[in-house]
Ligand binder design. Structure first.
Ligand code: F6P
Length: 357
């Protein structure tokens, strides 16, 4: 019996998406009779009926390729059941297109939002499997997501390179690392790159403490400091505000990014020269690291194994050293934040790294 598999990639891209697509495809072709339908630009393609049967050769030569051969878009979960000006019932359209494609199952590669919509579709009776990708590493019930370690390598390289220029000029360099809600990337890259101060969304900071840490280093003969700050970091005062008020307060300050604000504040407070550095989407670009190629392949092949067993409604993930799966319903809608008492936070503090608390 031929199995028809739909594949889509949704949300922000990351290195390893193509490696995972290839893993699903190669294992499926090798284990059972397969036809793969590629859905363009994530859920938006599923809603609009933008899909095409793929040829086996299309999955060759993509292991090392960054981005996604299927294209991606952000189609927010919160709007999935909202009928907009276009009058399209998105959930109905997705179900109809799934039927039109005669799919046996749909494999959704993405982050938290993608998993929420995948779960919605599973609740609507479709056969769905989720694969965890994101440089943020913030998906529930998986120790690691693909894309994360490549981004850690890139962000670490940025911190390494900043070190020499920071030391030459005796400056304080504030590097803004991606991660709006979770600080995993900042924590890992900050430790790997030897940053002196780490500011995470989960541990709101006090700018006086940050300035004090910079000055303490200067007193100890280090006239430069490296601050790795997650893009979603906030002050202790901001953390007490409702999101809406915080955004308004930031708009009133002409906020142009957390690193820029911190650099400006430190110049005024700590009598240091400071610069903000924002590597931005570079952290999501390029070829996946060897680690991510292996991880994405393992996740993709495990998805094919689930399809072989007709075990749907699952989210693939890694627990310890083992790739496995958990019900989509338990994974969707939760975010894996950095716990304040995480072992890596303790290690960092015990080696004198400040979290600006
Ligand atoms: O979710 C991954 C991520 O890279 C976040 O770290 C970042 O906040 C966001 O995507 C950026 O999104 P966009 O690609 O839409 O600018």
């Amino acid at each position: 019996m031929k199995r028809r598999i739909g594949i889509l990639t949704s949300g922000g891209d990351c290195p390893g998406l193509n490696a995972a697509i290839r893993g699903v495809a190669r294992a499926s072709y090798s284990m059972f009779d397969t036809e793969i339908i590629g859905i363009q630009d994530g859920y938006s393609g599923l809603i609009e009926g933008d899909y095409r049967p793929m040829r086996r050769e299309e999955f060759s030569g993509i292991l090392t390729l960054g981005g996604t051969i299927l294209g991606t878009k952000r189609t927010p979960y919160r709007n999935m059941r909202v009928i907009g000006d276009d009058n399209v019932d998105k959930v109905k359209a997705m179900k109809e297109n799934y039927k039109k494609m005669k799919l046996d199952c749909l494999v959704c590669l993405g982050g938290n939002g993608t998993h929420k919509t995948a779960n919605l579709l599973a609740e609507e009776g479709l056969n769905v499997i989720g694969l965890p990708k994101t440089i943020d590493n913030d998906i529930w019930m998986t120790d690691v997501t693909f894309g994360f370690h490549t981004a850690v390598d890139i962000a670490t390289d940025v911190i390494d390179r900043i070190h020499t220029t920071a030391a030459s000029h005796g400056r304080c360099m504030v590097i803004e690392i991606m991660g709006n809600k979770a600080g995993w990337l900042t924590l890992y890259a900050g430790l790997a790159g030897g940053a002196d101060i780490l500011l995470l969304p989960e541990i709101p900071y006090d700018i006086d403490k940050v300035a004090a840490a910079v000055e303490a280093r200067a007193k100890n003969g280090k006239d430069f400091s490296i601050i790795a700050v997650a893009e979603g970091a906030m002050t202790q005062k901001e953390a007490e505000m409702k999101k809406k008020d915080r955004l308004q307060a930031r708009a009133d300050q002409n906020f142009s990014g957390i690193a820029a604000r911190i650099a400006k504040e430190l110049e005024a407070m700590a009598s240091v020269e400071a610069r903000a550095v924002v590597p931005g989407h570079i952290q999501r670009g390029g070829s996946p690291s060897a680690y991510d190629r292996v991880l994405a392949t393992r996740f993709g092949v495990h998805a094919a194994e689930l399809i072989r067993e007709e075990n749907y409604g699952q989210a693939v993930g890694m627990q310890g050293a083992e790739v496995g799966h958990n019900p989509l319903s338990e994974v969707a809608g939760k975010t894996k934040f950095v716990p304040r008492d995480h072992e890596m936070v303790r290690i960092a503090k015990n080696m004198g790294i400040s979290f600006g608390e």
